[in-house]
Design a protein around this ligand. Structure first.
Ligand code: NAP
Length: 337
């Protein structure tokens, strides 16, 4: 029987501090039909990402807030099931930005057809998607890794961090140090992602652990965490070091402005500290996917996914990514219907 309805997840309330499942609402809606120039996509995977926490607040940033009562948005991949565009045929696998729903009507100009011969569809939300590109731009442009460098990456068992550490190695880093929460993830950094040293930030002060893992200091720090990690990295920097300020997940649920690190040392060590927003670097996707496909094929870039099933599990998966329930890319597999 033909499907006439589909489901989406809406923002029910704006959280104060850590979000909870009551901030989300599951709604059943009529299956939309594509207009001229549009396609109907059956989403097979959706992404849950830390930056979505910022969009739950009513605060302008580089990306507008989610609207109360409306479906959330985010990266998704799916199969085109109806098309009113010559450019995108039925059956194509596409990436687009209308996640948090089982079906989406999208302008054909807003989807990218992907090649599932290179990697499975879900990889286009992880290692071959914006998380991978974020890692690549960070270590090639924002804080370029040079041969022989000692590199430190935080949130290193996650989607961006696990790729950043491995790409740093490909660029010639002599030692790659990662931090993650708990002994299981720390072991994974060494065994699955090829880091030379793994710091469990839950086991003791990160500055002390970093000092013993890198007694002569570090050249590059890729910051996904902020706070104590950034403070420790600035302290451990060698003269001329580079820091990519990519994220500050330790502060995303803060209700008061957190105390900052002593950035004066950025000056005395003549460090470069550069932020990045991946959407300013999307033109580098073709270059990155070309290199990453080679590394995936020869085993130099490994990936993990943490998967939860069904649209109704998306809020929990998103709350999980903020708490560290994921290793590698956190994804939601949507019901095949
Ligand atoms: P992810 O690393 O796959 O998942 C987030 C991880 O953060 C969790 O698994 C958790 O791992 C860690 N975490 C949570 N709370 C923490 C805390 N208080 N202290 C230390 N670690 C904590 O997520 P992702 O998508 O790859 O993103 C990683 C970072 O990059 C985020 O800060 C994100 O906002 C940022 N980002 C920025 C851009 C950009 O354009 N600038 C693009 C993509 C991502 P543990 O179990 O190890 O704690």
């Amino acid at each position: 029987m033909a499907i006439t309805t589909t489901r989406e997840i809406r923002l029910a309330a704006r959280p104060v501090g850590e979000p909870a499942s009551g901030d989300f609402a599951l709604a059943t809606v009529e299956l939309p039909a594509p207009a001229d120039g549009q396609v109907l996509v059956r989403n097979t995977w959706m992404s849950v990402d830390p930056y979505m926490r910022g969009r739950m607040d009513d605060a302008e940033s580089y990306i507008p807030p989610f609207r109360l009562g409306a479906a959330l948005e985010g990266g998704a991949v799916g199969e085109v099931v109806a098309s009113r565009s010559d450019a995108v045929p039925v059956g194509a696998t596409v990436v687009h930005f209308l996640g948090w729903r089982e079906h989406a009507v999208v302008d054909a100009s807003a989807v990218t057809v992907v090649d599932t011969a290179i990697a499975p569809a879900s990889a286009y939300l992880g290692v071959l998607g914006t998380p991978g590109l974020t890692a690549y731009v960070s270590v090639t442009e924002i804080a370029p890794v040079r041969p022989g460098d000692v590199v430190f990456v935080s949130a290193a068992a996650g989607a961006v961090g696990s790729a950043a550490g491995q790409i740093a190695r490909q660029l010639g880093a002599s030692r790659v140090i990662g931090s993650a929460g708990g002994p299981v993830k720390a072991a994974k950094l060494l065994e699955a992602f090829g880091f030379d040293a793994a710091l469990d930030y839950k086991a003791g002060p990160i500055a002390e652990q970093l000092a013993s893992a890198a007694p002569d200091g570090i050249d590059v720090y890729v910051d996904h965490v902020g706070g104590d990690h950034l403070e420790a990295a600035v302290g451990a920097m060698r003269v001329g070091g580079r820091i990519a300020v990519v994220g500050a997940i330790s502060q995303y649920n803060a209700t008061e402005p957190p105390p900052g690190p002593n950035l004066y040392r950025v000056a005395t060590k003549e460090l470069s500290l550069r932020g990045m927003v991946v959407t300013s670097h999307l033109h580098r996707f073709p270059e990155y996917v070309g290199r990453a496909a080679g590394w995936l094929a020869d085993g130099n870039l490994r990936t993990e996914e943490t998967v939860s099933d069904g649209l109704e599990s998306a809020p929990e998966a998103f709350l999980g990514v903020l708490r560290g329930a994921n290793t590698g890319k956190m994804l939601v597999r949507l019901d095949a219907r």
